[in-house]
Design a protein around this ligand. Structure first.
Ligand code: ZN
Ligand code: ZN
Length: 614
């Protein structure tokens, strides 16, 4: 690790800048191009000659195009994964997961397709992770199972990754490297610099990716917060410096590209908490938020402490994240403030704040269980004052609404509306996006991290900033974008489908399994069983008809009887003619029953004939 990473030099002054470029040339195959004429004038003649000879030697080495393959994160919010390629070197940025929607019944998680990575394993030098959110780190454990490449990220992110790898028994074999803003990671012909940004989780970074072909700035998820909770605003000065050095391409966070203005500072939420906690009076306070939003948890803790209330953590992910953040010094908790959920009966309502997961209405989450009176430790009633410190992610509005309704039915007061300022986004709005563009001054622009509408809005913003339409690529998962000094274009495609995780199976649930699941969920199943004599085709027993999710059998005895008779007649007729052709008989039974059931009920259940030869 130590050999591959340069220390956190701030190249603010000239001396360090030269130092830096000499470091770069020492590690790269081709020395950086000298473009200042004065620099050459000042050199002694002999040195100038050797320099010229060197340049001559290197003239043969042509600048290659930079290629970027999108393995996830475009036209979706989730499973971010980007692959950089220059010459014989490749590396990855992030490896996230996505959560399934209603179209994917029974699927637990969705992963990027790793086949392109596996195919190029000899070239891949590592994966750099921008921050610790699931859509950026959630796929790493699965990636490491097939390719054990080094992982580079900041302290907190690595801490959260460790937790994931532990669950998968991968911790001992993983090559984890803690790096910090200002560090430069050498990955083959690439050098990756980390730049501090603000986001809804601490320790997030943007990346300046350099190689002989040029510089690409990848923002990761970010916002511009001048009064952040950890006291470190985004390093705008560094973006400006890099912009001055010349940037070929900018890839930026499109999540909030539709929203005008600026995203509010996280500090604003703290002020709201103070105000709301006071108006809770003598009631118990419950705040739901994202487990990973450590700054938000910190602010809840601060407000609770100022009122002499104890804090209880409810939800496994929340407990895990707070434990990691505490251990690594990212959260400041007064001694004895956090108490176990088992002891809440000992404290009066006005001495408690419960922090819980479930702000998105997730059915298995702590808040949901409280709402549906299914939580073993927390019972909701009129003495509860509940703050939902998050806005529903698009698509979750209904489930969140349901949880709010249930909590209110139990008599609790629920604060969830926008007007209370109990949540701010972690992503940049239009003015912030424009500011980054104006500082970085890229030649090419690729909007990332968003659905099509976000990407297109971000493209329009870039055009309004004077970036030529032909220099903007609205890409898609699976596209390979190639860029050089002259042009940027889509140059091909790579495999980038979705890989489904169901239970312990990865990738064994495909489109056919999903089609069956949907089919079953819509119309149910009819199973027809029969035993036949192998040589004669004589029906020894059955057919029996079993249904699930189709009709209530007791009320449809007549229908089931008719189906049985039909199955018997079909089997008898088919096998009487050709006793050995069981397969044809099965197909025929399926078709006949399917037609019959549709005529009678206008439904198309899945029909499975099971015929045993005895
Ligand atoms: Zn994020
Ligand atoms: Zn993200």
């Amino acid at each position: 690790m130590s050999e591959k990473i340069f220390g956190g030099d701030k190249p603010a002054n000239e001396k360090k800048k030269q130092n830096k470029s000499s470091k770069f040339s020492r590690y790269s195959r081709i020395p950086p191009k000298r473009n200042t004429a004065e620099a050459q004038h000042q050199r002694p003649a002999k040195q100038q000659r050797t320099q010229r000879q060197k340049q001559k030697q290197h003239k043969k080495v042509e600048k290659k195009p930079i290629r970027i393959a999108f393995l996830g994160g475009l036209n979706e919010v989730g499973k971010n994964m980007t692959l950089y390629e220059y010459g014989e070197s490749m590396f990855l940025v992030d490896c996230g997961l996505a959560f399934p929607d209603a179209e994917l019944p029974g699927v637990d998680l969705v992963l990027p397709d790793f086949s392109y990575v596996e195919k190029n394993i000899d070239k891949i030098k590592g994966v750099v992770v921008t921050h610790g959110h699931e859509d950026h780190i959630g796929g790493l454990a699965y990636l490491l199972k097939s390719v054990n490449i080094p992982i580079y990220s900041t302290k907190l992110t690595i801490g959260l990754i460790q937790g994931k790898l532990k669950e998968h028994n991968l911790l001992s074999s993983a090559k984890l490297n803690v790096v910090k803003p200002g560090d430069r990671i050498k990955l083959g012909e690439f050098e990756v610099e980390l730049i501090h940004v603000n986001h809804s989780i601490p320790d997030a970074v943007a990346l300046a990716v350099r190689c002989e072909g040029g510089t690409v700035v990848q923002m990761g998820d970010f916002k511009i917060d001048t009064t952040p909770i950890d006291g470190e605003p985004i390093d705008l000065a560094r973006f400006a410096q890099i912009g001055t050095e010349g940037v070929m391409c900018l890839m930026s966070d499109s999540t909030n590209a539709e929203r005008p203005g600026y995203t509010e500072s996280e500090s604003k939420v703290g002020e709201s908490f103070d105000r709301l906690f006071h108006s809770a009076g003598n009631r118990r306070i419950i705040v739901a938020t994202f487990a990973s939003n450590i700054h938000r948890v910190q602010q809840i803790i601060n407000s609770a402490a100022s009122l002499g209330r104890k804090v209880v953590l409810s939800g496994r992910s929340l407990e895990n994240v707070v434990a990691v953040a505490k251990e690594l010094g990212y959260i400041d908790v007064p001694e004895g403030l956090i108490v176990s959920i088992d002891t809440i009966k000992r404290y009066p309502d006005d001495k408690l704040v419960i922090i819980t997961t479930g702000s998105q209405g997730e059915p298995m989450s702590a808040l949901s269980r409280m709402a549906f009176s299914d939580h073993r430790k927390v019972e909701i009633g009129p003495m509860d004052y509940i703050i939902i410190s998050a806005t529903p992610i698009p698509g979750n509005e209904k489930t969140v609404g349901k949880v709010v309704n249930e909590l209110m039915k139990l008599g609790a007061e629920v604060i969830y509306e926008k007007m209370y300022d109990v949540h701010v986004s972690g992503h940049a709005c239009q003015e912030e996006l424009k500011m980054i563009m104006s500082l970085v001054k890229p030649k090419y622009f690729i909007p990332v991290h968003g659905e099509q509408k976000h990407l297109q809005k971000h493209r329009i913003l870039a055009e309004s900033m004077g970036i030529d339409r032909k220099n903007i690529i609205v890409a898609d998962n699976g596209l390979l974008v190639e860029m050089s000094d002259d042009s940027v274009r889509v140059a091909g495609s790579v495999p980038a489908g979705k890989v489904y995780v169901d239970g312990s199976g990865v990738g064994d649930v495909g489109s056919i399994v999903l089609r069956d699941r949907k089919h079953l969920s819509q119309d149910g199943i009819i199973i027809i069983t029969a035993c036949v004599e192998a040589d004669t085709g004589y029906i020894v027993s059955g057919p029996e008809v079993i249904t699930r999710g189709f009709v209530y059998v007791k009320e449809s005895e007549e229908l089931i009887e008719q189906a049985k008779r039909l199955a018997y007649n079909t089997l008898d007729e088919r096998l009487g003619r050709n006793p050995s052709d069981i397969l044809a008989a099965k197909t025929r039974v399926r078709d006949d029953i399917s037609r019959f059931v549709f005529e009678k009920t206008r439904r198309s259940p899945m029909i499975v004939p099971v015929i045993m030869e005895v």
